[in-house]
Design a binder for this molecule. Structure first.
Ligand SMILES: Cc1ncc(COP(=O)(O)O)c(C=O)c1O
Length: 395
């Protein structure tokens, strides 16, 4: 575990006058503060002692039931016993590492992949095997070659991937399911952004396709895919509430791991989140968030097309929070960040999302946190930095 230079640089970008495309922060104006106030009041009035007491490690039963019901609507036919509440998906990643990873185990990841997963599993001394992705997700040929090396599991971010914004196509999802089945490797599907689609058709989750592929009744949850999601991007990240869907026997192991970590996720938070999400509020709320983020994504795409110099390309995400820049091959995004911080704009250089030391000329931009006006201004500043770096390049 080390503190990188980029991390130090990014600390400077936390000042209020910096336009930050660096974090993965939701727009704070979407947080339903009033609804939380009412929910917490109602929970404390009706079940105050229970809300302030220790709870079960598995989680608050009505919330587990709600998640199981909601998942079934999305084609993931599970029972409450398949659901474990966690302190954010980040804890889920850590618990999966704690239960599954022995030192030296290979974990197959996308290239690039979510930095937080690498951090969680580094602590368990995992080795990473990275397979290429393109604008349809895992490239099947690259994937098969890497699966043959016998990874412990395959980590997949099929929807609006962090960091690239890419969504895996239905065909590639099916290929992944079939390869994983053929080689007997489980899949970990991490899906914090699935509900944040701004255009195009919903693509069924891996966990659903896997059930269809292997079960005799066509739909029952089969168990080769463990699925993670979270309230962070659809309600609030500060409440630290996520969940794992897994076979009941795996949930039992994860429960033992969680007991050693934090006993259970906050009872008050789980009860309040249940109250907030009840009565169809969450569905309505997600629609509001989608409209706000769609506008921000469009604003960023328009600003990039207008301001950025030739030679820089980017992805066009159909949802989520991020898009991905590819700079000219000779350019180092960490150097661009240094210039950008001086101009009070920030982003994350892409190299930290790669496990093989490559990706120096890539970068992640977040579009959910800044207003459209600030997005235009920030992209303008970044474009000026890029032009400076290009002008300074020795002949
Ligand atoms: C792919 C992915 N997994 C997990 C997480 C962690 O989310 P949480 O806030 O639920 O811990 C994030 C957060 O950005 C993420 O992008």
């Amino acid at each position: 575990m080390r503190n990188s230079a980029v991390r130090e640089l990014l600390k400077l970008t936390e000042q209020p006058d910096v336009i930050s495309f660096a974090g993965g922060l939701p727009a704070p104006e979407t947080f339903p503060v009033e609804r939380f106030t009412q929910a917490i009041d109602a929970v404390l009035a009706a079940h105050g002692a229970r809300a302030l007491q220790y709870g079960t490690t598995e989680g608050y039963t009505p919330l587990r039931e709600m998640i199981a019901r909601h998942s079934t609507r999305y084609g993931i036919n599970v029972e409450p016993e398949n659901v474990l509440l966690t302190s954010g998906s980040q804890q889920a990643l850590d618990l999966i590492g704690k239960v599954f990873i022995n030192p030296g185990d290979h974990i197959l990841v996308e290239r690039p992949t979510y930095l937080g997963a690498l951090q969680a599993w580094n602590a368990y001394q995992a080795e990473f095997v990275a397979a290429d992705i393109d604008d349809e997700g895992y490239v099947t040929a690259s994937l098969e070659a890497r699966i043959r090396s016998g990874p412990k599991f395959i980590y997949a971010l099929p929807n609006f991937q962090n960091p690239s914004g890419v969504t895996m196509s239905a065909t590639r999802r099916q290929a992944l399911i079939e390869l994983a089945d053929h080689y007997g490797v489980p899949i970990l599907e991490d899906d914090p952004y699935g509900q944040l689609r701004y255009e195009g058709e919903h693509v069924p989750p891996l966990v659903h396709l896997d059930s269809q592929f292997r079960s005799t009744d066509g739909v029952r949850y089969s168990g080769n895919v463990i699925y993670l999601s979270t309230f962070s991007k659809i309600l609030s990240p500060g409440i630290r509430l996520g969940w794992i869907i897994a076979p009941a026997e795996v949930i039992q192991k994860l429960v033992q791991a969680k007991q050693g970590t934090d006993l259970h996720t906050s009872t008050l938070v789980q009860m309040a989140a249940f109250e907030v999400a009840s009565g169809g509020f969450l569905n309505q709320h997600v629609k509001v968030i989608r409209d706000i983020y769609r506008e921000r994504r469009d604003t960023m795409l328009e600003a990039l097309a207008r301001d950025f110099p030739p030679g820089v390309t980017w992805t066009r995400p159909e949802g989520g929070l991020f898009l991905w820049l590819t700079l000219p091959g000779w350019m180092d995004a960490a150097e661009v960040l240094q210039a950008a911080v001086a101009k009070k704009v920030a982003f994350v250089p892409g190299a930290s999302f790669f496990t093989d030391g490559t990706g120096a000329n890539t970068a992640r931009l977040n579009f959910s946190n800044a207003s459209p006006a600030l997005i235009r201004e920030g992209v303008g500043r970044l474009a000026a930095c890029l032009r400076d770096v290009i002008a300074r390049r020795p002949a």
